[in-house]
Unconditional design. Structure first.
Length: 89
């Protein structure tokens, strides 16, 4: 139960960061998100791997990319919904 809670909170935090990165006029937040991925790429690209150890790495990368795609879809769907304020004129 604790794992599900932490996992859900991590996805909500990622969606919040994507939402902020899309809505900011400055590209600083987007730059932070992009440079975070470069550190991960750098740590995995220059290592030697055996064929047997590549399968779990590839499958976890596919799952992570699916989660990121789902988060982006949720953020874009949220941005496409117009916000109605409670003011009447």
């Amino acid at each position: 139960l604790g794992y599900c809670f932490v996992h859900s909170m991590m996805h909500l935090l990622r969606m919040l960061l994507l939402h902020v990165a899309i809505n900011t006029s400055s590209s600083a937040v987007f730059l932070i998100i992009a440079t975070n991925n470069f550190g991960e790429i750098k740590s995995t690209v220059f290592k030697q791997y055996k064929k047997e150890s590549l399968f779990p790495i590839i499958t976890s990368d596919i799952v992570e990319r699916f989660y990121l795609l789902a988060d982006i879809i949720f953020v874009l769907a949220r941005l496409s919904i117009p916000q109605h304020r409670g003011t009447k004129s």
